[in-house]
Design a binder for this molecule. Sequence first.
Ligand SMILES: [Cu+2]
Length: 227
Amino acid sequence: MNRMFHCEGDVFVKRSLLLIGVILGLVLIFPLRPFSSIPLIPRVSASLSMPNPAYTFKANINGWNFSQSSGTNPTISTAFLFPGQTLTAMSSSTDSLTHSLAYYQPGTPSNQVSQFDTCAPGNTCLASVIMDPTTTVTLQFAFSSAQTFELYCQFHPLSMHAKVFVNQTPDISADHIVNIVDLTRVGIAFGSTPTSSNWNPNADLNRDNTTNILDLVSVAVNFGRTV
Ligand SMILES: [Cu+2]
């Protein structure tokens, strides 16, 4: 009898978590976009805009965004950046030197970065743009997988090395729309880690080996998007 009660308790806890997850998700979605004409409120950083993320880099030989509030050589991380999503990077030189902004494959060390690299999807260098001391440049690029990519200046790779963190897609069910199905999948996996019976690696959007409120928020803030 006790054992039976225990099992029912587990089911009750799981159902409660799922319900809490869905309610939290709905609460997060509706205050954010009560009408389709009102854009989503940026929640990650003041320098990020919606719907596609944008980021400004101040190139300096002492490091990306040296002395800026975002920190020197930051890891760019936003719930709005996932595979296929275009990241807009704007950059200008702050020290009258010529720099470049270049994305490299995850794990590429600085000694494999050169201004002579040919950058293209599939290469070690994925995309790049050169800025002279007076111009502002824009680079738009869509990362193809949920990994942490390297961001180098090809002229100063030792000091100018930041990272770009790409989340897993919020379209967990792969039906090209972020909706209640995806929210529910996070709800089912809520609280799980890789050894849990309800673990779903696709529901761990921020790749931190636990499915929690952060993953729920990632789905919620992208709710309704076609991807
Ligand atoms: Cu540089």
